[in-house]
Design a protein around this ligand. Structure first.
Ligand SMILES: Cc1cc2nc3c(=O)[nH]c(=O)nc-3n(C[C@H](O)[C@H](O)[C@H](O)COP(=O)(O)OP(=O)(O)OC[C@H]3O[C@@H](n4cnc5c(N)ncnc54)[C@H](O)[C@@H]3O)c2cc1C
Length: 380
């Protein structure tokens, strides 16, 4: 079986690594348009739950990644000057580039050397392959070339966000919400190395317009963002890495494969970053796809097609649950201007409930300190 993988991001590298490790005897070519160390953004988070899944599925990769992660047990909501800790919601974080390097090492350890600086611009360049895996991210060539056949839908959220970093090391995953003269703004900020943090700024489209960001260049944008979050940055600068304002794209497809073409990672679907699951989903897609290929080997003349359908059948329910949670969380951020007027404890409670994944009845067990403070400070 000859397999082409488009994209050496987390989805492509991890799939290629697992496929080689599965001893299916596949010839694997990974094509990446960029050099090996090109990446956008800064650190990404994994929930404790996501790490537990990885440990169960692939303990060696879990063990290779874990020592490079920052970890904490509580998260913090800073809302109009009041800081509310929420206990029991464990997260870990790692730099995107560092994670890519770890995946590159793992791929190399099984003899996979991606072809870097090798953009694929037409699908027919891959005609000689038996299986083509689109791990080519939100602007996927594979998905776009067969958009109708995949039943692809793309819409963009109204909020604007920009992904910066800073050298200020935050103690916990912190969500700061501020009211400016133009509307509500938030920063998602957390440490991903001892001396480096992610700092994502987000606001409604109208707040962004009224703030004049549309007319600002890169330097003025940074200066204005530094002014807004001066207290949180505490004298530190914002650092850029391909940082520009974007609207988050919501991507989904009616089917996950068309003939020999199959999608994984962001090419297949996106999950809003506020639940920190995109990379985890990308990795779990790889696990499920390799498992389906392995389980259906030698079974049928059309074994690849059968395996691709099995991959979707097994994985779609799990993905849909997480994507629903991500969409609910994204909607919560889209309503930030209305929610910000809640009292701090009600606001923090609404925040925890935003994705629908934490049942109200389990909160006493999960976050006992927060719930005690919530009850003491509200009429609930
Ligand atoms: C602001 C923000 C914050 C985020 N935070 C988190 C977080 O905290 N936790 C988390 O888990 N996820 C987070 N994510 C999501 C995460 O970054 C993505 O889900 C993840 O990178 C998806 O991996 P991927 O390999 O599918 O896609 P990508 O990482 O986009 O990789 C796709 C690769 O394909 C290559 N490529 C594209 N087209 C071609 C072509 N034609 N030929 C060759 N190569 C090509 C690209 O260069 C790229 O290297 C965040 C995303 C954003 C925007």
């Amino acid at each position: 079986m000859r397999v082409a993988v488009l994209g050496a991001g987390p989805a492509g590298l991890y799939f290629a690594y697992l496929l080689r490790r599965s001893h299916l005897g596949a010839e694997i070519d990974v094509f990446e348009q960029n050099p090996a160390d090109a990446t956008f953004g800064f650190g990404v988070v994994f929930s404790q739950r996501a790490l537990d899944f990885l440990k169960q599925d692939d303990a060696p990769t879990h063990d290779a990644i874990l020592p490079h992660m920052e970890q904490w047990q509580d998260l913090t909501i800073a809302h109009r000057g009041k800081v509310t800790p929420i206990d029991g919601i464990g997260f870990t974080a790692i730099g995107r580039l560092e994670l890519l390097r770890l995946f590159q090492d793992r791929a190399r350890s099984v003899g996979i050397e991606p072809h870097y600086n090798s953009p694929i611009d037409r699908l027919d360049a891959l005609d000689q392959y038996d299986l083509v895996v689109g791990a080519d991210g939100v602007n996927s060539l594979v998905r776009n070339s067969l958009a109708q056949e995949f039943g692809a839908t793309i819409s963009t959220l109204g909020n604007k966000f920009i992904w910066y970093g800073t050298k200020k090391p935050y103690d916990a995953l912190t969500q700061t919400f501020l009211e400016t003269e133009h509307g509500a703004v938030t920063a998602h900020h957390y440490r991903f190395k001892p001396d480096m943090s992610t700092f994502i700024i987000e606001m409604g489209g109208e707040t962004w317009e009224r703030s004049g960001f549309a007319q600002m260049g890169e330097t003025e944008t940074i200066e204005r963002c530094q002014e807004i979050f001066a207290e949180q940055l505490d004298g530190h600068k914002l650092i850029t890495n391909n940082s520009h304002w974007r609207n988050f794209p919501k991507i989904s497809t009616a089917t996950w494969s068309v003939g020999k073409y199959v999608l994984v990672g962001d090419a297949l679907r996106t999950a809003h970053y506020s639940i920190g699951s995109g990379t985890r989903l990308a990795m779990e897609d790889g696990i499920a796809l390799v498992r389906a290929l392995f389980d259906h080997r030698g079974e049928h003349p059309n074994e690849i097609r059968v395996a691709l359908q099995a991959y979707e059948a097994a994985r779609r329910p799990v993905v849909e649950t997480l994507v629903t949670a991500a969409n609910m969380s994204a909607d919560w951020y889209e309503r930030m201007d209305e929610l910000i007027s809640l009292d701090p404890y009600d606001f923090a409670y609404s925040y925890i409930q935003r994705s629908g994944r934490v049942a109200a009845e389990s909160l006493d067990k999960l976050s006992p300190k927060f719930m005690a403070a919530y009850r003491a400070n509200t009429a609930h």
